[in-house]
Each structure stands twice: as C-alpha cells, then as structure tokens.
Design a binder for this molecule. Structure first.
Ligand code: NAD
Length: 293
C-alpha cells in the first residue's frame, strides 16, 4: 500500500509556483493577486480562508481578505462582487461557501466574472470543463486529478466509482475521470444518496472517490483488493480530549481499508492540501491569462 501524500505533492506545486512568481517579479511584472470574500464567522470557513491567505503570502502572491459581517445583505455582497470584477488589480477571487442562509448562493456565484472565478464554480467555467475546453477547474477535483497524475496512477479503462454528486466535488470529478485524457478515460459510476446497491458497485471499483461527508462510511468489506482510494471527506468529530475539541476524519475507515488498498489518501494530508495548491495554481493561470490579454 502506498499513501498518496497530498501534503508533499501540494508543497511541490507551491514550490513550482513560487519559482514562477519570483521570475515574474524579476521581469518587473505584476504578481498574482487573490482575494477572498468571507461573510460571517463560521469556524471552518475562517480556518480555510486563513490558510488560503497565508499560502498566498508564502509563495509571493498578493492577497486580500474581505471579511464581511454575518448580517451583510445580498445586495451589499453583490456590490462587493461587482467591485472585485472591476478591480484590475485582482486576478482572481473566491467567495467562501457556505454563505449565510439569507443570501442566495447561486445568485452570488453567477455574478462572479468567469475570468476571475478561480474556484471554477461559474456555469461558464463548469460548462467549459464538461466540454474539455480550457477553463478554471474547481480546486478539489483539479487537485484529485493532479494527485493521480503525479503518482502515475493508471485510470484508463478502469472502473471509477464516485460517491456523492455535489456540484463542487462529486459531479465535476465524475466528468473529469470520464474525459478523454490522462488521468481520465475511466468508466465512471456516480453514486449518491438514492443509490440502492452501493456495495455491489464499490466492490467492482478499481478506484473509489468518496465525497459524501460521513465519517468512516466506506468499510473494508465494500472494496476489492488493490483498490485506489481517494477520500475527499472532511468531518469534524467532537472530542473533548483534544485541544481543539474535535478531530478531523474522512469518509473512509482508513485503518481497515488501507490494508486492502494499493493507494490511499489520508485525512488529513490527502486531498485537503491539494485543494489549496490548485486554487493557487488557478490564480497563477488567471494572472498569466490577464498578462496575455
Ligand atoms: P455535499 O454535502 O454537498 O454532498 C454530499 C453528497 O453525498 C450528496 O450528493 C449525496 O447524494 C451523497 N450522499 C450522502 N449520503 C450518501 C449515502 N449514504 N450514500 C451515497 N451517497 C450519499 O458534499 P460536498 O460538498 O461534496 O462534500 C463532501 C465531503 O467532502 C464533506 O465532508 C466536505 O467537507 C468534504 N470536502 C472536502 C474538500 C477538500 O478540500 N478535501 C473540498 C470540498 C468538500
């Protein structure tokens, strides 16, 4: 069994970006600038955004955090989005999800300029991804593809079972795994909460990508020997014995499934760090595209 070390690979990617940014600086060019909009004080969101901003600083990007109060109205947020769309200094930005309940997420995401949508959530970018066109692929599925690529995992002709059909992970990764290319060329089954015979399906899988958010959902008796496991799930499980009051776990019963797997991503340290690295990669891409315009 080999661990797919997302932390290590994400550090490699960040180093590659750092070198590129240093060269941009040497040439006197503007460096990539990522902005993040956070509404409210959700603990997990604060952690994610904080880590994105810190990563920007480390690799030489400019970054701006726009932290708005929980009671921000939809109109105010849309105004903020409009300002970011029209600010030539900002290459890309993200609106951290989830948004407070009184704000229509879809409306906000639709208002983001697709050229600055480094999260790849805008329908234009999602559509381009589905049509194999150049675009911003959203960071988590992009990170999974990059991890498979760098570990040279054979995906062609393999049966991939994706669990979960969310717009940000399950659905896009199912499309990417079936696309013509490497990684890709996989035969994909997309399972979800209404799937009736999940175990029958996962037992046939060469690759399982689990993105449902239920701790230790995927058990050893649900997979065959030598399977490749990509665990996207991140759940905070309350635990008073820990300093933070919780621990992080994935969708996979790692201890037992890892004994059967040929490759497996740990949680934490697997897909999570890759997500941030690919967001940075998308921001660099945005800068390069703006430079070329
Ligand atoms: P979501 O909650 O939007 O969707 C969950 C999906 O799982 C749904 O499509 C649902 O149909 C499916 N599902 C639920 N119960 C099921 C069951 N019993 N059997 C089969 N399918 C079932 O989830 P999401 O936003 O895609 O996130 C999923 C998990 O991935 C969460 O733990 C989230 O925190 C994590 N996540 C991690 C990263 C990362 O960077 N590693 C990024 C995004 C999400």
């Amino acid at each position: 069994m080999e661990i797919l070390d997302g932390k290590k690979v994400s550090n490699q990617i960040k180093e590659e970006i750092t070198v590129k940014v240093a060269k941009m600086k040497q040439r006197g060019e503007k460096v990539p600038h990522l902005a993040a909009v956070l509404v409210g004080n959700d603990g997990a969101s604060l952690t994610y955004v904080g880590s994105k901003v810190r990563s920007c600083k480390k690799i030489g990007f400019e970054s701006t955090l726009i932290h708005l109060p929980e009671e921000t109205t939809q109109e105010e947020l849309l105004k903020q989005v409009d300002q970011l769309n029209n600010d030539p200094d900002i290459d890309g930005y993200i609106v951290q999800l989830p948004l407070p309940k009184h704000i229509d997420e879809e409306k906000v995401l639709m208002a983001v300029d697709p050229d600055k949508d480094v999260d790849g959530f805008h329908p234009t970018n999602f559509g381009k991804m589905a049509l194999d066109m150049e675009t911003f692929i959203s960071a988590t599925p992009f990170g999974i593809m990059e991890l498979l690529k760098r570990y040279q995992i054979e995906t062609e002709g393999k049966h991939t079972v994706v669990i979960g059909r969310s717009h940000i992970v399950g659905r896009p990764i199912s499309i990417l795994m079936s696309q013509k290319g490497n990684p890709g060329n996989s035969t994909v089954t997309l399972a979800h909460s209404r799937t009736k015979n999940l175990k029958e399906l996962t037992l046939q899988a060469d690759i399982v990508i689990s993105a449902l958010g239920v701790p230790k959902f995927l058990k050893a008796d649900m997979v065959k020997d030598d399977v490749t496991i990509i665990d996207v799930g991140i759940t905070r499980v309350p635990d008073e014995t820990r300093e933070k009051g919780y621990y992080i776990t994935g969708d996979v019963d790692y201890e037992n499934v890892s004994k059967k797997a040929s490759y497996i991503t740990p949680v934490p340290g697997g897909v999570g760090p890759m997500t941030i690295a690919m967001l940075l990669k998308n921001t660099l891409l945005a800068r390069e595209r703006h430079n070329a315009q």
